[in-house]
Design a protein around this ligand. Structure first.
Ligand code: UD1
Ligand code: UDP
Length: 371
């Protein structure tokens, strides 16, 4: 079987890595088509997994608009797809690289498989543009690899035929458990007398006002004498600036550049509390049983809330701060790991689903892809 994976951002690299590894171990050809949407963060993630791109479109431009990025992904992937004709084009999640990659696959008549299909917040504006991206991919994909039953139900409600959906678990759990089992070292010295609060934030709908409120709440939380706060910043300047400005003078806060995956997992494993608006980080924290406050107004991952360690708190300063104090003031409990997102054996299930669904290509009506 010949697979090609569109990889544009850090979470796509992390979550597709277990699939690429499983595919190659089984003797399949598996190409990596890098859009370069996240130049530095993507390279950092790929390097950690010793992966090299077959094709690199190098599309990142500072301040680039979403339409320019999407157009570049489609125009860049098309010649390769038309020439190489993989059996499956895999896209993961909800980024603009994934959405434009799926559309390029559709145009080139390559069957698209959507890894992490079916997540929905049911609010087109949050997360923006990810809710629209994953709905578009859901319309184009021939095979939907849903991480959870909730995701499968979302797809069924939208009219996706049940036979085109497989519930496989989330491959992020495979990556997390593999790296956590190697007990990596944290990138900063941690004070054993204080409790680690790990913070990440980058959502577009929170940029400006939401991130400023989050940053003010974090500055106040960091004044607790029992807290050591570590904040790996996103490379997007609109995400990093409000946090960097508000927290620069706080003595118990360490601001870091984006961390490689091993270093970040080392921090996650030691955190008493995670505060994040990231999708992947809330899955990882829930899997490890670390308490998480989700700084978003909506959720596309209700399973995390059901796991009992995750709370959706919004981006209001007072609400965030009160929730964080509540977690830190409660008597410390042993972590309560959750299997809500996967069991660490999710990539082999995806591979089996791709293998068994292979005849799908034969059923794609042939059409001229060039005039
Ligand atoms: C993107 C994805 C989002 C995903 C997130 C993961 C879209 C629209 N958004 O959001 O779905 O959850 O990544 O982190 O696909 N930059 C760098 N170096 C990097 C990465 C970014 O300098 O390695 C800067 C550039 O100025 C770039 C800007 O950040 O133009 C924005 O990056 P972009 O990928 O457009 O959006 P994100 O908000 O990061
Ligand atoms: N991550 C990382 N280094 C960091 C911060 C996060 O490797 O400094 C990892 C994290 O473990 C998770 C993924 O990046 O697997 C999440 O990426 P992000 O929050 O950028 O995107 P989202 O999941 O919200 O799409």
């Amino acid at each position: 079987m010949h697979l090609a994976c569109v990889v544009g951002t850090r979470p796509e690299a992390i979550k597709l890595f277990p699939v690429i590894q499983a595919a190659r171990a089984a003797g399949h050809r598996c190409d990596i088509l890098s859009t370069g949407q996240h130049r530095e963060m993507l390279d950092q993630a790929l390097e950690g997994f010793a992966l090299r791109a077959t094709l690199d479109l190098g599309l990142m431009r500072p301040g680039q608009g979403l339409s320019a990025l999407a157009a570049g992904v489609m125009a860049g992937l098309d010649p390769w797809l038309v020439a190489e004709r993989p059996d499956w084009l895999l896209v993961q999640g909800d980024t603009t690289s994934a959405m434009a990659g799926a559309l390029a696959g559709f145009h080139a008549r390559i069957p698209v498989a959507h890894v992490e299909g079916g997540l929905r917040s049911h609010d087109l504006d949050a997360p923006f543009p990810e809710e629209a991206n994953r709905a578009v991919i859901g319309r184009l994909a021939r095979l939907h690899l849903a991480p959870t039953e909730t995701a499968r139900q979302n797809l069924l409600r939208e009219g996706v035929p049940g036979g085109a959906i497989r519930v496989t678990g989330n491959t992020g759990v495979d990556a997390l458990l593999a790296v956590a089992s190697e007990a990596p070292d944290p990138p900063v010295t941690l004070d054993p007398a204080r409790r680690l609060v790990l913070v990440t934030a980058h959502r577009r709908e929170s940029q400006a006002a939401g991130l400023q409120r989050l940053a003010r709440a974090m500055a106040r939380l960091a004044s607790r004498p029992d807290v050591q706060m570590v904040v790996p910043l996103h490379r997007n300047p609109l995400a990093a600036k409000p946090l960097a400005e508000a927290l620069a003078d706080c003595r118990s806060v360490t601001l870091l550049p984006p961390q490689n995956y091993r270093a970040f997992v080392a921090l996650l494993c030691r955190a008493a509390l995670v505060i994040t608006d990231s999708g992947g980080v809330q899955e990882e924290a829930a899997t490890l049983g670390v308490p998480v406050l989700v700084a978003r107004e909506e959720t596309d991952r209700p399973e995390a809330m059901d796991a009992g360690t995750t709370l959706l708190v919004g981006t209001g300063e007072a609400g965030l701060l009160a929730a964080a104090h509540r977690v830190l003031d409660a008597p410390p409990k042993p972590p309560r790991p959750s299997l809500a997102f996967g069991d660490g054996r999710d990539a082999p299930r995806i591979l089996a689903a791709l293998e068994s669904a292979r005849p799908v290509e034969a059923r794609l009506p042939a059409m001229a892809v060039r005039p």
